[in-house]
Design a binder for this molecule. Sequence first.
Ligand code: CA
Length: 221
Amino acid sequence: MSKHVLIVEDDVDISRLLRLELEEAGYRVSTFDSGMRGLAAIREERPDLVILDLGLPDVSGAEIARRVRRTEATPIIILTASDDVETKVTLLNAGADDYLAKPFHVEELLARVGVQLRKQGGDAAIRIGDLSIDGARRQVFWSEDEVRLSPREFELLQYLATQPGRVYSRREIEQSVWGGDLPPTSNVVDVHVANIRGKLREAGGYGVIRTVRGVGYAIKS
Ligand code: CA
């Protein structure tokens, strides 16, 4: 069951690029090029997350966010051309959960989409085979046995489990779990993965996290 991301953006090139990248990352995507059509679709399709361009031809992204917020708690990320404080304040007041100034790196947008979706589903229970992750209690079990993880190890495992089978790059993991890039020489992600693997093995869970050489890690689906 992939998450549905709805994009409202009148720049066809950006919209197409975002669709490609998000679909590649395993999301279901729909795109709209006008504010009014987008707003109607948000109400009708009830997506898991909305990406809004601030500068739309008819209604501004901020106005759409404001209207959506009256009835929905859907996470909203706004794309803006300006990075000044005033714009940021306006967007956050309008109910945006996050914003990104253009031009941005697609990787950064993907990381932020992941953060918002995890926040929304942070309390959810995830079950993948014998592995269960209880987001509300922050507990992990292999079969019946509890696997005691450090807070950071828990975050990392929960992040990988967002989409089983999907390969998460080290950079994505750093940005989502550590909140920014770590020094290029840092092996902190690998060390944490090794610790999680060790703890899962102790409980009988082998081969849960797959290494994709030169890229990153994935949870076996
Ligand atoms: Ca625009």
